[in-house]
Ligand binder design. Structure first.
Ligand SMILES: [Zn+2]
Length: 114
């Protein structure tokens, strides 16, 4: 299961960060997921609930946020909306996906540091 390995690496990252800052607990996580990642938020949550037992995230609430896909022109930086032709009107350059790809970002992590 794809979601499971993503959760595994996410929790690993949280544990590394917590260790680095000598945190005793992690209270809250906000994770953003690109719209085009193909990730199923429900499955991701289920995988998280399964995996977090016995880790520092055992009692940590996780909030998932979806990052909408966005394209910009690499020439002039113009934003190109969803549904538009993915070529810049001004420069004729092909638009580049600038957000909402397959990234999974740890946006917020609230830790208890003694
Ligand atoms: Zn342009």
């Amino acid at each position: 299961m794809h979601e499971y390995s993503l959760v595994q690496s996410l929790v690993g990252r949280v544990e590394a960060l917590a260790q680095e800052r000598k945190a005793t607990a992690v209270h809250r996580l906000v994770v953003s997921v690109g719209e085009l990642s193909g990730l199923d938020p429900g499955l991701f949550q289920t995988a998280y609930d399964t995996f977090r037992a016995g880790t520092i995230c055992e009692r940590t609430a996780m909030e998932l946020r979806e990052v909408p896909a966005r394209w910009t022109c690499p020439g002039c930086g113009r934003e190109i909306a969803r549904g538009e032709v993915l070529t810049c009107e001004a420069c004729g350059m092909p638009a580049r996906l600038s957000a909402g790809a397959d990234e999974i970002l740890l946006e917020t992590i609230e830790m208890e540091v003694p």
